[in-house]
Design a protein around this ligand. Structure first.
Ligand code: TXA
Ligand code: MG
Length: 324
């Protein structure tokens, strides 16, 4: 098992953070909390350290990583930041928003997967910010799960997936949002939505003054993450919409239900959330819990607004591997 150290979310122990920073500077891996999900961090300017992330996760080498910064002012060293990008940063950082921008020379190809662009984000979590500060450099970090698995929303899930593959795991308890950051591409005239997530799409559109566009096939090729199997528990996942009858193939006695409406049958287990926000916060842990009990999963299809849009995306991907 990796060394696990508990840290206070609001007031992380300075000595622990110094040690974590020096592990990163020496080319090691540190798993850490952010407001969205736990990340697996490495020195983002050290190609060899970044390669360790891909090995630990079993991640395809052509799926680029996000560089995490402590402050928007460091973005200029890594990417071309025009007026629009800098306004978006000022309005939404720190926070669950990742910006894809044109990369400056010097960003390792291991981070960008050889693309001319780089993804940047300033997370809104005291432990993440302290870690990046202690490292004194950008921290490359994907979600701290095995590739293809649900993202980890607490330290237990990181330990279960990555075991001793990180040198240190900082445990600050469960995360706030539970789904990954929203990713937008600002390299062209039109802002593209690459991944719905923790930042409300409507707020972004209001700020930008126009709708986000969806990537065409060409730019999808440039966002490799969208191609891969994602968020999948090892048991079948089926979607249920409130008011509908259950799919014939579901046996409630051998299934677990997750959602915010009363379940449509007598399930072996029920995980009820009081709002879409708490559904988002608990969806990945719920997948893991029901999977551990060997139960199939029935997940309620959320309303397509606010965090519900990102939640739909994750549930759709989790269910995509289940044949009807
Ligand atoms: O909330 C989050 O974003 C978490 C926490 C740890 O910050 N991180 C995270 O990283 O979700 P990851 O690697 O699991 O997802 C990053 C997504 C992937 O879909 C990847 O393809 C995309 O961002 N991405 C990264 N760099 C990109 C680039 N240069 N162009 C297009 N997409 C990029
Ligand atoms: Mg991920």
């Amino acid at each position: 098992m990796a060394r696990i150290l508990k840290v206070d979310r609001w007031n992380p122990d300075a000595e622990i953070m110094l040690e974590a920073g020096s592990i990163l500077r020496n080319g090691g891996l540190v798993a850490f909390p952010t407001e969205t999900v736990y990340g697996l961090g490495a020195d983002g300017l050290n190609p060899e350290a970044v390669r360790k992330i891909f090995l630990a996760k079993g991640r395809p080498a052509d799926n680029p990583l996000i560089l995490h910064l402590a402050d928007a002012k460091n973005a200029e060293d890594l990417a071309e930041v025009d007026a629009r990008a800098s306004e978006v940063m000022a309005a939404f950082w720190p926070g669950p928003l990742t910006l894809v921008l044109r990369a400056r020379p010097g960003v390792p190809a291991e981070v960008t997967a050889g693309l001319p662009t780089v993804a940047l984000r300033v997370p809104d979590h005291p432990v993440a910010l302290a870690l990046i500060g202690a490292a004194g450099r950008p921290v490359a970090a994907p979600s701290a799960n095995r590739s293809g698995r649900p993202s980890p929303t607490d330290a237990e899930a990181v330990a279960a997936d990555l075991g001793n593959k990180s040198d240190l795991l900082l445990d600050a308890g469960p995360v706030d949002i539970g789904l990954e950051s929203t990713v937008i591409d600002l390299t062209g005239r039109k802002a593209l939505l690459l991944r719905p997530g923790g930042t409300d799409i409507e707020k972004l559109e209001t700020f930008l003054g126009k709708p986000l566009e969806l990537p065409d096939d060409d730019s999808k090729k440039r966002s490799p993450g969208t191609r891969y199997k994602h968020y999948s528990p090892a048991v079948p996942v089926r979607v249920w919409t409130a008011g509908e009858t259950l799919h014939d193939s579901v046996n409630p006695a051998k299934s677990g239900f997750m959602g915010i409406s009363p379940p449509p049958a007598k399930f072996a287990r029920v995980i009820l959330f009081e709002s879409e926000e708490s559904y988002a916060r608990g969806v990945f842990a719920g997948f893991r819990q029901l999977e551990a009990k060997g139960l199939s999963i029935v997940a309620e299809w959320p309303e397509p607004r606010g965090i519900g849009l990102a939640l739909r995306d994750r549930i759709r991907r989790a269910a995509a591997c289940t044949t009807p």
